[in-house]
Design a protein around this ligand. Structure first.
Ligand SMILES: [Zn+2]
Ligand SMILES: [Zn+2]
Length: 143
C-alpha cells in the first residue's frame, strides 16, 4: 500500500479501517466520533507523548472528551500533549475509532484512532493501543 488515501465521509473512514494491512489486525467494529454533548462531528484531536491516549475537542461546543479508556492515562499537562495535524497542515478532523475484538470474548483487543482531515480529506491513523484487560466491551461506546 503506497500513497495517500483520501475520503469524504464516515463510510470512507470505515473502508480505510477495513483495508488489509500487512501484519495488521482486523478491525471488527468502527464507531464514529460524535460529541457526547452537542452531537458535533468536527474535532481538534490531541494524543500524548508519554502514554497512549487520545482526547478530542468538539469544534462546535469546545468540550473535551476522552476516547475509550484514555481517561485512565490522560495528563492535563500540555507539555506532554501532541496536537494532531494533517500533512497539509490543518488540524480539524472528523474521526472514528476502530476496535479489534478478541475472538474468545467480546472484549476489545486494540483501539485505533482514525481521522479524516476536513480540509484535504486525507485519512490517517493517528494513535493505536492495546487493551489487555476486561470486560472492556463498554469501550465501544466511548469513541
Ligand atoms: Zn460538542
Ligand atoms: Zn489535510
Amino acid at each position: 500500500m503506497t500513497g495517500e488515501i483520501h475520503g469524504a465521509s464516515f463510510e470512507d473512514l470505515v473502508a480505510f479501517f477495513r483495508r488489509p494491512v500487512p501484519g495488521g489486525f482486523p478491525v471488527d467494529v468502527v464507531r464514529e466520533c460524535v460529541c457526547r454533548s452537542c452531537d458535533g462531528r468536527r474535532f481538534e484531536v490531541r494524543v500524548m507523548d508519554t502514554a497512549q491516549a487520545a482526547r478530542r475537542t468538539c469544534l462546535e461546543c469546545r468540550r473535551h472528551e476522552l476516547i475509550a479508556d484514555s481517561v485512565e492515562y490522560w495528563d492535563d499537562d500540555e507539555e506532554v500533549q501532541v496536537r494532531c495535524a494533517c500533512l497539509c497542515g490543518e488540524e480539524e478532523f472528523a474521526g472514528a475509532v476502530g476496535f479489534s475484538l478478541r475472538e474468545e470474548s467480546d472484549d476489545v483487543r486494540w483501539i485505533v484512532v482514525g481521522l479524516r482531515c476536513l480540509s484535504c480529506g486525507r485519512l490517517g491513523v493517528y494513535e493505536a493501543w492495546k487493551i489487555d484487560w476486561g470486560p472492556s466491551n463498554y469501550l465501544l461506546d466511548l469513541a
